[in-house]
Write a protein that binds this ligand. Structure first.
Ligand code: COA
Length: 328
């Protein structure tokens, strides 16, 4: 027995910044950003927070699944951008949804691998019979961690949340494969943080002079890591579960960069049509990117019963991993 996704939900801020808006902040252009990353727009919080987006995505996922908040016995939130350190985002989601029977905790610091790791944690609990119904969420206000004066990073990121209701069931447990390489952690760091982003909140960007308050990244190192490790871990997870590439319907990759997704498809010798993308609209939303995309595909009716999906995440740590799921 393992977990089956019964429903999905997402919430993205209504305020949209396109690449021309970014070009007013740093020396760049729409053409450069689209060519190097594929990103055209990103949604940025104004009134929304990591908690409010997680609540909304979670509520929509429960509605989509036809599951009541009282039925949920586990809430996991993957986030690197919680509103506050304590209480955790998952407990605040519990409160807002009225999921009174749920055990709640965050997976902090799992970054862009966060949703895959949270999903794996939930399915392991479900397979072990510890819990029956899990709400797994990725929610991020990355704009609060972004240095809006650094053109090497600020072009990439956006805010949003995605969620999935996972219930015990299904005929087999798909083993996930995950890896970490702490020795390469310097490639993507954030040593401290502000609450607020200086764009849509009151923090004064001119006073934000200490780079350590923001994400810092060696873009080329992260790019090389992703295009090498993601195809490797996808092959590993398929081998571990004795599944052939031709039996995979979709690869849902963390939405970091169109060039990374295309390179992974090429290395796996798979058609790009098996790699849906929505990073053009949202940029890189870290732990939220996979469930936002999953929700989009679900609501458009693109996912059909019995289809096999590989999810793959990668990011700071460095961490990366892949999981297989069969659509309900
Ligand atoms: N606009 C215009 N020019 C830019 C720019 C921008 N936003 N950012 C960098 N440049 C310039 C650089 O200064 C450099 O100029 P130079 O040749 O005169 O020195 C040139 O463009 C090339 O820079 P480089 O850093 O080599 O670009 P790149 O092709 O590696 O693209 C990233 C940069 C960040 C888009 C790319 O490295 C990337 O996407 N990496 C992965 C990041 C990622 O996905 N991180 C999250 C993972 S979870």
């Amino acid at each position: 027995m393992t977990g089956i996704i019964y429903g999905t939900g997402a919430c993205t801020p209504s305020y949209i910044m396109d690449n021309n808006d970014i070009a007013k902040l740093v020396e760049t252009s729409d053409e450069w950003i689209q060519e190097r990353t594929g990103v055209a727009r990103r949604h940025i919080i104004t009134e929304e927070t990591t908690v409010s987006m997680a609540v909304q995505a979670g509520r929509r996922a429960l509605e989509n699944a036809g599951v009541s908040p009282e039925e949920v016995d586990l809430i996991l939130v993957a986030t690197i951008s919680s509103n506050v350190i304590l209480p955790c985002t998952a407990c605040q989601v519990q409160k807002e949804l009225g999921a009174i029977h749920a055990t709640c905790f965050d997976l902090g610091g799992a970054a862009c691998t966060g949703f895959v790791l949270a999903y794996n944690t939930a399915t392991a609990y479900l397979a072990g019979g510890v819990y029956k119904t899990a709400l797994v969420i990725g929610s991020e206000s990355l704009s609060n961690l972004t240095n809006w004066k650094d053109r090497g990073t600020c072009i990439l990121f956006g805010d949003g949340a995605g969620a999935a209701v996972v219930k015990a069931g299904g005929e087999r447990y798909y083993l996930p494969v995950t890896h970490s390489e702490g020795s390469k952690g310097d490639a993507l760091t954030c040593k401290s943080r502000y609450q607020g982003n200086g764009l849509t909140s009151e923090i004064n960007l001119e006073e934000m002079i200490d780079d350590e308050h923001f994400m810092q990244m060696d873009g080329q190192a992260v790019f090389k890591f992703a295009v090498k490790k993601v195809p490797e871990v996808i092959r590993e997870v398929l081998e571990a579960n004795e599944i052939e590439q031709e039996d995979v319907d979709y690869y849902i990759l963390h939405q970091a960069n169109q060039r990374i997704v295309e390179a992974v498809a090429k290395r796996l010798k798979e058609p790009i049509e098996k790699f849906p993308m929505n990073l053009q609209e949202y940029g890189n939303t870290s732990s939220a990117s996979i469930p936002i995309l999953l929700d989009e595909l679900n609501r458009k009716g693109i996912l059909k019963s019995g289809q096999k999906i590989v999810m793959a995440g990668f990011g700071a740590g460095l961490t990366w991993g892949a999981s297989i799921l069969k659509w309900k």
